[in-house]
Design a protein around this ligand. Structure first.
Ligand code: CP
Ligand code: NVA
Length: 310
């Protein structure tokens, strides 16, 4: 079998993503109330080691992959790029080949997506995208799991994105193409997602609406999603913050969605900016289920990479 890299959701495809979500639900239910570090009964990745390379900060991705490996019976090593030779200029190609000799899989969080593609070209073990400037597929597996758990079957779902057209939105659009839901995107002019992702979803038959009207995007939606207005590595300009003000997810905007709509945010959140405290702490917010689901989703991603799902 060819090495299974998970650089974007399309690497797995819709059927495998559906299988990942099913497996995540089964494993989550089977170990409910167990200590979090206790391995699952079958410990399917016993003896396997994941190497994690971080060129950007992380709380959820770092901890969820570490706990995911423990629950699957394996272990993980964290490499902060600043304290590795990669951070001193050792090439991505050499780092990939060395880590492939020492670990069974590699997870990378970096800036330029081309770096993770290069890592995958040189690695002889699976490479997983733990976020790049272009996409964040692991987050979206957790988001899809959260939607399904909250009784939102994916086909035909109306998902509204409010704010910055960023890496997380790109992966949502890719997920839409694979799982057949519709996306209403409300951003200020100049902050739209890359056209490539919009076209991908449209080509798959999804309705993707691009608008500057937050209310129009939210009206009748099943799921409202936002993220930080300033992603890691982006410039924090007064002009951008001013442009984003009408896209804050507040109670008035939430009230335009379906009454049973849920609110998602990958976190970390800047409460008061992209989301009001009332919504963030309110009954429709499922952001901490979403955060916990990073563990369950990342287990599925790992099992897919090792050929044990899909
Ligand atoms: N949502 C997410 O990826 O969080 P971290 O940056 O903390 O990993
Ligand atoms: N869009 C955010 C996501 C953080 C998890 C960023 O790239 O900083």
């Amino acid at each position: 079998m060819a090495v299974r890299h998970f650089l974007d959701l399309s690497d797995a495809g819709g059927n495998a993503i559906a299988a990942m979500i099913d497996d995540a639900i089964t494993r989550k239910v089977a170990r409910a109330s167990w200590p979090k570090g206790q391995p699952d009964a079958d410990a399917p990745l016993a003896g396997r080691v994941l190497g994690m390379v971080f060129e950007k900060s992380s709380t959820r991705t770092r901890v969820s992959f570490d706990i995911a490996m423990r629950q699957l019976g394996g272990s993980a090593i964290v490499l902060d790029a600043g304290t590795t030779q990669l951070g001193r200029g050792e090439s991505v190609a050499d780092t990939a080949r060395v880590l492939s000799r020492m670990a069974d899989a590699i997870m990378v969080r970096t800036d330029d997506h081309a770096k993770i593609e290069e890592m995958a070209r040189y690695a002889s073990v699976p490479v997983i995208n733990g976020l790049t400037d272009r996409s964040h597929p692991c987050q979206i597996v957790a988001d899809l799991l959260t939607m399904i758990e909250h009784k939102k079957p994916l086909p035909g779902l109306e998902v509204a994105w409010l704010g910055d057209g960023n890496n997380v939105l790109h992966s949502i659009l890719e997920a839409a193409a694979l799982m057949k839901f519709n996306v209403r995107v409300a951003t200020p002019a100049g902050y739209e997602p890359e056209a490539e992702f919009v076209e991908l979803a449209r080509a798959a038959g999804c309705t993707v609406t691009l608008t500057q009207d937050a209310g129009a995007a939210a009206a009748g939606a099943d799921v409202l999603v936002t993220d930080t207005w300033v992603s890691m590595g982006q410039a924090d300009s007064a002009e951008k913050l001013a442009a984003m003000q009408p896209y804050r997810v507040d109670a008035a905007l939430m009230a335009q969605a379906k009454p049973e709509a849920i609110f998602l945010h990958c976190l970390p959140a800047h409460v008061g900016d992209e989301v009001s405290e009332e919504v963030f702490e309110g009954p429709q917010s499922v952001v901490f289920d979403e955060a916990e689901n990073r563990i369950h989703a990342q287990k599925s991603v790992l099992l897919w990479c090792f050929g044990l799902i899909g």
